[in-house]
Design a protein around this ligand. Structure first.
Ligand SMILES: [Zn+2]
Length: 456
């Protein structure tokens, strides 16, 4: 989108420069319109001088084209906005995933720390047991040593002789010596067993130390993964901020473009070059008299002209202007009383020959509207179709014409917006009798004109 927007600007600038050079030859070009809107607003609002009619028609076309291009741009922007919004949602999902992963890593790390603490306790316990074994071994070794030293010293001096001599016979001597050896062997065996036991404890301890090391390695790995995930999460959060900024920028651009569209359309609606009235149902002849019905219909008040035509016959805009009311919802046939008896009806403000008019067309076909409130329509553009809705005895278009002033469509639109806001421009229906005619009101705006004078 940005690229398109940028190249559009570049092309406009080049065009503007080119047209600036050519300006003396081709007056009143798009570039002039773009550069001097105030000049053309003044020139083309309200009553337009004859020599400016073509320029104003061109200016109006320029505004309509620009609004149309901006609508394309707005559609493009809407697509970009949708994309960014969906990116924001999926990126939020990613951030949530990373947050969950980090929480999981933290739980793992906590578990590892617990495991490591348990292993350290086990190692310490084994250490104590090993020390105990070593203490016992040392004790026995000391005993054996003491025994041997004692017996040797006894034997070296006279003790051994006394010990041997103390024997009653040779067998007793042998038995005594054997007894001493047995004690020595027993102690040596005991020491050996304790050593084996101590070695086993040492092996156990080594194993636990290895397990603890492995857990610590795992913990380091998970901590690294956690750190990576935190980095990725930060990146995703930064992306999120950028996406939100982009979204706000797009929304700002979108609002600016829409504002420009509204300004251009309002300006275009205020510049009307329709030279004469157009019959909204070409070829149809007025079928019922204005102000009062004919005697055969009872002679009641009738504020419009009736143009008979078959259901579905196109109804066209009588002049260039803007639609202000489009009330539907009535069945094409048999909806007596619907929308106050007007049935499906549409009201427009437009200018013909410097005068601002309002028009109300009633009894249209259900679902036939081709324009809605705010639509800028050109004279001759189809706005809907003939129907038989509301208080109608047969398919026809009921047409009322109002005089709204001599200034401009935009001024009349402003008056309509600020006060009446009805399809009858605040004048009410037939219950008010003929007091709303321009004759009765002395030409005070708004007032009803005789449609007979405008529908030929
Ligand atoms: Zn009528």
């Amino acid at each position: 989108m940005k690229k398109t927007f940028k190249s559009a600007i570049i092309i406009s600038v080049i065009l503007f420069m080119l047209l600036g050079i050519l300006a003396p030859i081709f007056a009143d070009t798009a570039a002039d319109f773009e550069a001097n809107p105030a000049k053309y607003e003044t020139m083309c609002r309200g009553r337009i001088d004859e020599e400016n009619k073509q320029i104003c028609a061109d200016y109006r076309q320029f505004l309509i084209d620009r609004a149309s291009n901006n609508k394309d741009l707005a559609n493009e922007l809407a697509g970009d906005l949708e994309k960014i919004k969906s990116d924001i949602v999926s990126n939020l999902g990613r951030i949530q995933d990373y947050t969950n992963m980090i929480a999981e890593f933290e739980a793992n790390i906590a578990q590892f720390e617990l495991d490591i603490a348990n292993k350290e306790t086990a190692i310490a316990e084994l250490e104590v047991q090993i020390k105990e074994r070593e203490g016992t071994i040392k004790g026995i070794e000391d005993q054996v040593k003491a025994f041997m030293v004692n017996s040797q010293s006894t034997m070296r001096v006279n003790g051994y002789i006394e010990f041997v001599m103390g024997a009653t016979d040779f067998a007793d001597i042998v038995r005594r010596i054997e007894g001493m050896n047995n004690i020595k062997r027993y102690n040596e065996g005991l020491i050996e067993d304790l050593r084996v036991e101590r070695e086993k404890l040492q092996t156990d301890q080594d194993l636990v130390v290895a397990e603890k090391d492995a857990i610590e390695d795992n913990k380091i790995l998970i901590e690294a993964e956690k750190a990576n995930t935190e980095l990725v999460k930060v990146a995703a959060q930064q992306l999120q901020e950028q996406l939100v900024i982009q979204k706000v920028n797009l929304e700002t651009q979108d609002a600016a473009i829409k504002e420009q569209i509204a300004v251009d359309e309002a300006a275009a609606s205020a510049i009307v070059a329709s030279g004469s009235f157009m019959n909204p149902v070409p070829g149809s002849q007025i079928g019922e008299s204005v102000w009062h019905y004919s005697g055969s219909y009872g002679g009641g008040v009738h504020l419009g002209a009736d143009l008979p035509a078959g259901v579905g016959t196109p109804i066209y805009a009588m002049g260039n202007g803007i639609v202000v009311v489009a009330d539907g919802g009535c069945s094409t046939n048999g909806s007596w009383g619907c929308n106050g008896g007007l049935g499906n009806h549409m009201a427009m403000i437009f200018e013909v020959g410097g005068t601002i008019y309002g028009t109300l067309i009633g009894h249209m076909a259900q679902g036939s509207f081709l324009a809605g409130p705010g639509s800028i329509v050109d004279q001759g553009a189809q706005i809907g179709s003939v129907g038989n809705s509301g208080n109608s005895y047969g398919a026809h278009a009921h047409v009322e014409i109002f005089y709204l002033g001599d200034d401009s469509v935009s001024a009349a639109l402003e008056r309509w917006n600020s006060s009446q806001r009805t399809a009858q421009f605040g004048l009410g229906g037939s219950s008010g009798g003929t007091s709303s005619t321009c004759d009765a009101r002395g030409g005070a705006i708004p007032c009803r004109l005789n449609p007979n004078d405008y529908l030929q």
